[in-house]
Structure formats: structure tokens, C-alpha cells
Design a protein around this ligand. Sequence first.
Ligand SMILES: *[C@@H]1O[C@H](CO)[C@@H](O)[C@H](O)[C@H]1NC(C)=O
Ligand SMILES: *[C@@H]1O[C@H](CO)[C@@H](O)[C@H](O)[C@H]1NC(C)=O
Ligand SMILES: *[C@@H]1O[C@H](CO)[C@@H](O)[C@H](O)[C@H]1NC(C)=O
Length: 273
Amino acid sequence: MKLLWALSALLLSCWRANASTAPNIIAEPAEVSNQTSAVLSCNLTESNLPIKGSHWTHNGKVIEESKSADSSSFMEFHLDKITYSSGGKYECVFLTEPEVKQTIEVKTLPHVYTYKHSEHGNEKDKGVMACMSHGYPLPTTWMWYKEVDGVNMAISNGTGDKFEIKSTPNKTTLTVNDLSIQNDIGDYICTGTNEVGSHSDRIHLRVRSRLAALWPFLGIVTEVIILVTIIFIYEKRRKPDEVNDDDDSGSAPLKSNSTANHKDKNVRQRNSN
Ligand SMILES: *[C@@H]1O[C@H](CO)[C@@H](O)[C@H](O)[C@H]1NC(C)=O
Ligand SMILES: *[C@@H]1O[C@H](CO)[C@@H](O)[C@H](O)[C@H]1NC(C)=O
Ligand SMILES: *[C@@H]1O[C@H](CO)[C@@H](O)[C@H](O)[C@H]1NC(C)=O
């Protein structure tokens, strides 16, 4: 009988402990998807733990202005203008011992963008285009299109070694091999899709002819040839004068000699006077 009492007392205390260590947070709404604004709220129930305060976090970072020191078991956060940068994981945190918290996901369209809206490559070479994504959740699917007469034609990965697509959730790269002026110049579109929807950006690809790539080099070569020719002709023209010129320059010491002679003559002349 005593044993039974002890057992039931133990069971009861276990149940009690369970009840007090299982506070419940009612989060409203459970999730935000594709909304322009929202009010996130958390209601801490079934808890008799003392509350020393509360705050919200966004993607793991404490939102400073949401910090509160009051012991309220209800907290709210207003999202007035939801963009991709306000998407992510929000957490309401009640400062109890231990802390209790609950996550609310705010999902938006992914933000797809490129740093370079114009890309170029040389004929026969390759062209590389890249798009990035921000937001939550990141795209689960990436697609590349080429605009042909106003229609977006899907590009499939690895078609005859022509196209290579490499994608991670936050980046996609399209490589176009063996560039041709006839077929590859144009607008390319990258599209990232998550569970909320899709967003795209556009890149214009230019292809330069191999000759065009050579132009600067050919320019320099031409300049050098012209310069060498001019110098050569000039030198040839000068050839007859050159003998005199050489005499002139070679006569510098002679000149001083001749002045010396001159002086000598003067002296002699003076002497003779
Ligand atoms: C919090 O939840 C309790 C229990 O469900 C409910 O009685 C109370 O009204 C809620 N508080 C708010 C502010 O919604
Ligand atoms: C495209 O193909 C290449 C090579 O076959 C592969 O490494 C890459 O992961 C593929 N990309 C996609 C998006 O499937
Ligand atoms: C892209 O995602 C990877 C892994 O998820 C991460 O390490 C990297 O920093 C991210 N890059 C950018 C530019 O966000």
C-alpha cells in the first residue's frame, strides 16, 4: 500500500513537472507568405515561469527595437512593408528560465539580380553569365531563357556541349560555348523560382568577331610598320648629306685645332706686325 502511494506521488510530480516545463507559444500567423504587410504575434500559455522580458530575432539576429523588459506573456511585431530583405525566419523569445521561443517564417518572392546586364565574349570563345538571388526561401529551381523574336526559349543544360548551367540556391551560371555572331548575340533571362513564385533578370550578350579582338594588336603592328618605313625612307634620303654631316660632327676637335691654328696665325700676324 505504501509503495502504491509513493508510486502515484511520483507519477503525479512527474506529470506536474511536465506541465510546468512545457509552456506553449501560440504564434499568429503560423506563417506569412507573399504578403505586403503582417503583424506577427506570440502568446505564451500554459506557463507559470516568471518572464523577465522578451524580444524578436530576424534570421538569428536580435531586433534591437523589439527588446522589452516587461513581463507580458504576449508580444507583437509589425512588418509594414515586406520585401525580400524582410523575409526570413522570425523568432519570438520570452526571457524565462529556460528561454522559450517560437519561429514564424516570412516568405517572399526571391529577388533575382545580376551585377552585369551586359556581357561579351569573343567568337569561338565562351560567354559566361551569372545571376544571384536573395530572399527567403531561396530559389529551388533556376531556369535560363534566350529571347528569340519576343519569345523566351528555354535553354537546357548540356545541349551538345553548347550550354552549361550550374546552379546553387543563391547563384546560377550559364556558359555559352563556341560563341557565334549569327546565333548567340541577344538577351538571356535567368529565372529563380521558390514556393511563392518567380523573379527574373536579363543580360544582353554581345559577341565580338575574332578580327575585332585582333584590331588593337593589328593597329599597333601597322603603326610600327609605318614608323619603321618612315625612318627607313628618311635615312635613305639623308644618305648623301650624311657624309658632310659626319664630317661636321667629326670636325669638332679639328675645329678647335683650326681655331688654334687661327690663333696661331693671329699671333704670327701680330708678331709679324
Ligand atoms: C493568449 O492565449 C490565452 C489562452 O488561449 C487567451 O485566453 C488569451 O486571450 C490570449 N491572449 C491574447 C492577447 O491573445
Ligand atoms: C549541368 O550539367 C553539368 C555537367 O553535366 C552538371 O555538372 C551540372 O550540375 C548541371 N546543372 C544543372 C543545373 O543541372
Ligand atoms: C550562398 O550560399 C552559400 C551556402 O548556402 C553561402 O555560403 C554563401 O555565402 C552564399 N552567398 C551569397 C552571396 O549569399
